[in-house]
Design a protein around this ligand. Structure first.
Ligand code: PLP
Length: 409
């Protein structure tokens, strides 16, 4: 296992205790902890360069603009975009997908058109499409998951048909950890002239990714799931797609000219960034990307792959524990959802918290997937670069304790 243990000292929160125990943070799929360099970059920005961006002719505003646009260039580069104008700063994955649904979908879909999703999507990649389908009369169709928790491609050619205009899928499930078949699905979409939108909330933070090679049209991700601040994220879009997409928020910053009855838009990416942006957030996200680049995304992936292997082995040895996720480590990331006997996942999470172990419990904003799994909720442990085998051991020990408390033998 790539030993990234030395990185833990960069994350001040990992020094704290919870309920008298060492904090074992296993909820990075929900949000990640922040290294000192990110916290300090935000602090430094507010202490030294805070001003509004893009309009000011004075030094502080020029510095703030430079900091904001430098962050854009770093984040674009991090995902392999050669043109930083193709990177729109957003509040997160949800905002990015909504921008595409309303800005592109609303203007390109008509009655009878088809939007294809998969059976493992987060609500963020379902509900915006339902809303747009309702507005336009388009229909939704799904690629289901199979018994290996993977998106089934058996009916790909019939589900992605000539009426399909949009295919939207996750790069990795936040419940099962399964990777989405982005290459196969986007090839099918291209063959019928449809666009592909990737929900990369769980993909960008955990493995090398290159939008130039993916062959997709849009890709949305969240800054807070990749060591950055909350309220940050990115929507990458191919230049031509962004140019044909309408802004969905209007206001300052996003215009070229405003008349009493009509306005024209600023060039991309600014036409999608109405109002004063989250400048400090962007600076923090830029620092997060610096941190991840220094560690190396291949290192991050191999560390998490090894930790997931260890986690699955150890959890599989816990009596009455069922894991919901693919066995193939090459086709999954570091998210392990599980059931423990018939103990409610919320009770599991509460008991684990007494041991300092933070896991998530619930439907994980993926109710249709939960129904396919036949469960209302799961407990979920998710890993990042700062987790260690000792964290897995602490989880397993706490689960044994839970079994004792519930009298399950
Ligand atoms: N998509 C997936 C797969 C997620 O895991 C999440 C968050 O958990 C989202 C979308 C939504 O991300 P955000 O809440 O940052 O917009």
């Amino acid at each position: 296992m790539a030993d990234l243990r030395h990185l833990r000292q960069d994350f001040p929160i990992l020094d704290r205790t919870v309920n008298g125990k060492r904090l074992v943070y296993l909820d990075s799929a929900a949000t990640t902890q922040k290294p000192r360099s990110v916290i300090e970059a935000i602090d430094h920005y507010y202490r030294t360069s805070n001003a509004n961006v893009h309009r000011g002719a004075y030094t502080l505003s020029v510095e703030a603009t430079e900091a904001y646009e430098n962050a854009r260039a770093k984040v674009a580069d991090f995902i392999g975009a050669t043109d930083s104008d193709e990177l729109v700063f957003t509040r997160g994955t949800t905002t990015g997908i909504n921008f595409v649904a309303y800005g592109w979908g609303l203007n390109h879909l008509t009655e009878g058109d088809r939007i294809v999703l998969t059976g493992m999507e987060h609500h963020s990649n379902i509900v915006p499409w339902q809303l747009v389908a309702r507005h336009t009369g388009a229909e939704l169709a799904y690629l289901p998951i199979n018994e290996d928790y993977e998106v089934s491609l058996d009916d790909l050619d019939t589900v992605v048909n000539s009426r399909t205009k949009i295919v939207a899928l996750s790069g990795m499930s936040n419940v099962t950890g399964a990777f989405g078949p982005v290459a196969a699905v986007s090839a099918a979409a291209r063959s019928v002239g449809a666009i592909t939108v990737v929900d990369a909330a769980q993909a960008v933070p955990h493995a090398p990714l290159d939008v130039a090679l993916l062959g997709v049209d849009f890709l949305a991700f969240s800054g807070h799931k990749m060591l950055g601040p909350t309220g940050t994220g990115g929507l990458w879009g191919r230049r031509d797609r962004l140019e044909e997409m309408e802004p969905t928020e209007g206001g300052g910053e996003m215009i070229s000219d405003v008349g009493l009855y009509e306005s024209t838009w600023a060039p991309i990416p600014h036409k999608f960034e109405a109002g004063t942006p989250n400048i400090a957030g962007a600076v923090g996200l830029g620092a997060a990307v610096d941190y991840l680049s220094k560690v190396g995304m291949s290192e991050v992936r191999s560390h998490e792959r090894a930790l997931t292997k260890y986690g699955i082995e150890q959890l599989s040895a816990v009596p009455h524990l069922t894991i919901h996720g693919p066995a193939d480590l090459d086709n999954r990331g570091g998210v392990i959802s599980f059931q423990l006997a018939d103990v409610h996942p919320h009770d599991i999470a509460t008991i684990l918290d007494q041991e300092g172990v933070a896991v998530r419990a619930g439907h994980h904003c993926a109710k249709p997937l939960m129904r396919s799994l036949g469960v209302p909720a799961t407990a979920r442990a998710s890993f990042y670069l700062y987790n260690t085998p000792e964290d897995v051991d602490a989880l397993v020990a706490a689960l044994h304790h839970a079994l004792e408390l519930f009298g399950v033998s």
